[in-house]
Design a protein around this ligand. Structure first.
Ligand code: XIL
Length: 384
């Protein structure tokens, strides 16, 4: 693997070679050049950066990054270093959901979100927020408090306070997440969430308008799950999503992009490239950008053997990204985590109890075949 060899024993030799090359190229003394670099990691980041995922994506006008909870990024230096080396955007995972931000009905706790924003700023990369309106991740107090009379106030105040707090500093917000559920059998496909129950179908438009009023700079995203496969339920979800986006756009709603979560399934061959391509083109024709917001591959049903498993995970990523990246409206690819050490899938056990391997780096932060697959997909992608 590319990075394996780059960060192995040859580092010192290559480092020395580079010192000399740099010194002669710039006419500066070796010491002076070198004094500006304070660690091996900075070295790797600065001088091997051209091969990292973020650089390969950037070469095509794309942004690559990962969603990582603050608690992992803050305590694990290797994770932070791997993140810095590979990622050109940071996304929140758990830290900007209602249950993280709202310890009590009248209190907001921005400490973890603020930490993530500072981290991103320090690296000079954008930060994106997930998610303002969802049907999950509510704090314990929420159910006892929400009712028909206060639902609109609760939702709009939440969106306004949070978007105002981060105004002008966000790359994008997942304003509404997973609002569609074909199994709920409504003709518009909307999921019957508490927001829907109390506010009706227009809660979605309202959410976007409040977000835009308070942070006119952020890209406002509708984020949805289970959109990519050739399954009846996903085909229905694609249709309902298109109808929803079309309706929002025709009403002049400030919506800028569709987020496609992309939690892929390792053991199923159910991707229909043409159907997916057509869907992406339809979204793009509405004047919307497309972001891949939560990419990973669940390997629960894949064989135990690591080489076999990793190669199957990698081939799913390559197959998916090769279709997705053909569409020029796709701007961003974000994996839901970076290293197998920290993945939301580890809470669900494989039958053989083997640790799961859904992400680009293994649990020791070494690039896997999944990393290569993503790198290759960026290399093969047309330029934006
Ligand atoms: C997941 C988090 O990663 C977990 O830590 C949490 O317990 C459950 O939610 N789709 C989404 C994300 O939009 O918010 C979910 O995140 C993963 C599925």
């Amino acid at each position: 693997m590319v990075l394996d060899s780059m960060f192995s024993n040859s580092l010192i030799t290559r480092r020395n070679a580079l010192k000399i090359a740099l010194a002669s190229a710039t006419g500066m003394g070796v010491k002076k050049v070198w004094d500006n670099l304070d660690s091996e990691d900075v070295f790797a980041q600065e001088y091997f950066g051209l091969n990292s995922l973020k650089q390969r994506a950037a070469a095509k006008g794309l942004i690559y990054g990962a969603a990582i909870p603050k608690d992992y990024l803050a305590i694990d230096k290797k994770l932070a270093d791997s993140f810095v080396r590979n990622c050109g955007i940071l996304a929140s995972d758990t830290d900007l959901k209602w249950d993280a931000l709202r310890p009590t009905p009248d209190k907001f706790d921005f400490s973890k979100g603020d930490w993530l924003l500072r981290f991103a700023k320090k690296q000079n990369i954008p930060f994106r927020g997930h998610t303002l309106v969802w049907y999950q991740a509510f704090p314990k107090w929420f159910e006892g408090v929400l009712n028909r009379n206060n639902a609109e106030k609760l939702m709009t105040e939440h969106i306004a306070t949070v978007t105002k707090h981060y105004a002008g500093q966000m790359h994008s917000w997942d304003v509404v997440n997973e609002a569609i559920e074909p199994y709920h059998r409504r003709s518009d496909g909307l999921r019957e969430t508490s927001w829907f129950k109390f506010l009706g179908p227009d809660y979605i438009e309202l959410a976007f308008r409040i977000a835009a009023e308070n942070d006119p700079k952020a890209l406002l995203v509708y984020n949805e799950a289970s959109l990519v496969y050739d399954l009846r339920s996903q085909e229905m979800r694609r249709d309902f999503t298109l109808k929803l986006l079309d309706k929002l756009k025709s009403k002049g709603t400030p919506i800028h992009a569709l987020g496609i979560q992309s939690h892929l399934t390792g053991h199923l061959n159910i991707l229909d490239a043409k159907k997916l391509r057509d869907f992406l083109a339809d979204v793009a024709s509405l004047g919307l950008k497309i972001m891949i917001t939560e990419l990973d591959v669940n390997d629960f049903e894949l064989p135990f053997d690591i080489a076999t498993r990793d190669s199957l995970v990698a081939s799913k990523l390559e197959e998916f990204l090769s279709v997705i990246l053909e569409e020029r409206a796709v701007t961003t690819v974000i994996t839901w985590g970076l290293s197998d050490r920290y993945t939301w899938y580890s809470r669900y056990k494989r039958a053989d109890s083997a640790p799961v391997r859904p992400l680009p780096l293994d649990s020791d932060f070494k690039p896997k075949l999944a990393w290569d697959a993503i790198a290759k997909a960026f290399d093969n992608a047309p330029k934006r």
